[in-house]
Design a protein around this ligand. Structure first.
Ligand code: UGA
Length: 437
């Protein structure tokens, strides 16, 4: 199939590459010249395990091309996927500027053509956006087209796997022609039997926000429960195992920590709250989720501050992990940022190590913190070690070395990486989430 993917950000680049890997001919469009130059020189622009191999293979085979020429891509493709950013606007709603601008441009191109085109929205957009895109195209005089919704559920760090072997594909469309085209495009991806779920467009748009908001709520429930367990003398890890074994609950996504971050959950929770208010049907639970999630970071900071009896001036902290989660260099809405900022505001010094996110973190933390060459290099003379991201390489360190380099054997772990008994045996004072100190 001939496809166009508009936007070569995270979703666009992964989708375009994976579509090409399944034998489709794909043109990806972006207006960022710098990015296009790299992509046309055989350089992947995001950090994502497994992507480079697929990109190289399909780029070399010329099944995957990159251009800034939207018309060329629209003329070429049967289906045009919109993979554009929808950042959080000032009032919490999703900013649709990019999506609507491209809709406008596609409308101008399509009015000169009578070929059928399927425009598929993959960007995370509030309910009713696809209808707006359709309206723009109709107003511009486009004749033979459909607009569909096909939300994307891929996770950073697992994006290629998630795309190639999705749990499900959601398609929202209005015509059998659109359903048929997307069905045949996606069938090779669900050969093992996972479902392609067909529905109306508005339900597909809501599904994306519902999934992310539910997951954010689940994490928030666990974070609040962890805080309660600390007070009640219970161990949230054991509670998690006990409850997660109920097949109605399930084991995944129940890990408490320092709050969810990233470019999706915080933004999508706020956007859904805003949309619910627009429809005069407030999702009050989500308002609390957002509030509790922010408080969770403050709580972690207060744990540190309380240990030092309120005085952090001149204290030095080693940090392991800056990214919002492991296997990514993404620092957007990373919980490490507000906590580190609070430490600095209180007069502390920070030396951090992250296997992938140190370059990106400079954008958020400037040169206000020091960066270490490796995890052990962060430790000398630190008053404590703080863990913000559960990278695998932090799971089994040389504890003797850690102990000898730190000023005192003190760890604040925001991700429950270590076993409580082990830490006690090793002689660490060990603060974690929802477990006794
Ligand atoms: C999330 C969703 O999981 C994807 O399905 C969705 O497609 C994507 O957003 C999106 O909308 O594009 P992602 O933001 O990559 O994916 O990251 P997650 O793995 O979902 O983690 C989000 C946050 O929750 C991270 O800060 C992570 O540390 C935290 N988390 C996750 C927990 O605190 N506990 C858990 O048990 C799981």
């Amino acid at each position: 199939m001939k496809l166009a993917v508009i936007g070569t950000g995270y979703v666009g680049l992964v989708s375009g590459t994976c579509f090409a890997e399944m034998g489709n001919n794909v043109i990806c469009v972006d207006n960022n010249r710098e990015k296009l130059k790299k992509l046309n020189n055989g350089q992947v622009t995001i950090y994502e395990p497994g992507l480079e191999l697929l990109y190289q293979r399909n780029f070399n085979q010329k099944r995957l091309r990159f251009t800034d020429n939207l018309k060329e891509a629209v003329d070429f493709a049967e289906a045009i996927f919109l993979c554009l950013p929808t950042p959080q606007g000032e009032d919490g709603s999703a900013d649709l500027t990019h999506v609507m601008e491209i809709a406008d441009q596609i409308g101008n191109i399509l009015k000169q053509s009578s070929d059928y085109k399927l425009i598929v929205n993959k960007s995370t957009v509030p309910v009713g956006t696809v209808a707006k895109v359709k309206e723009v195209l109709t107003q511009k005089g486009a004749k033979s087209f459909d607009v569909a919704s096909n939300p994307e559920f891929l996770r950073e760090g697992f994006a290629v796997d998630d795309f190639m072997k999705p749990d499900r594909i959601v398609i929202g469309a209005e015509s059998e022609k659109a359903f048929k085209l997307l069905r045949s495009l996606y069938e090779p991806f669900v050969r093992q039997g996972n479902p392609i779920i067909e529905m109306d467009i508005r339900s597909a748009e809501v599904t994306k926000y519902a999934a992310n908001s539910y997951l954010a709520t689940r994490i928030t429930f666990m974070n609040e429960l962890a805080n309660f367990c600390e007070k009640a003398g219970a161990n949230v890890d054991l509670v998690r195992k006990g409850m997660g074994s109920d097949t109605r609950i399930g084991k995944r996504f129940l890990f408490p920590g320092i709050g969810y971050g990233g470019s999706c959950f915080p933004k999508d929770v706020n956007a859904l709250i805003k949309t619910s208010l627009d429809f005069n049907s407030e999702l009050t639970l989500l308002t609390l989720v957002d509030k509790i999630n922010k408080e969770q970071r403050l709580r972690f900071f207060n744990k540190i501050k309380n240990h030092f009896e309120g005085n952090l001036k001149g204290k030095r902290f080693a940090v392991w992990g800056l990214a919002f989660k492991p296997n990514t260099d993404d620092m957007r809405e990373a919980p490490s940022i507000p906590v580190i900022k609070m430490l600095l505001e209180n007069g502390a010094k920070v030396k951090a190590f992250d296997p992938a996110a140190m370059t990106n973190s400079k954008f958020y933390l400037n040169d206000k913190i020091e960066y270490a060459d490796n995890m052990y290099d962060a430790l000398p003379d630190a008053d404590a070690l703080l863990i913000f991201t559960e990278w695998n390489e932090f799971r089994n360190p040389d504890f003797t070395k850690v102990k000898s380099l730190l000023k005192e054997p003190l760890i604040f772990d925001g991700r429950n990486v270590y076993d409580l008994d082990d830490m006690e045996e090793l002689g660490f004072t060990y603060y974690s989430i929802g477990r006794k100190i």
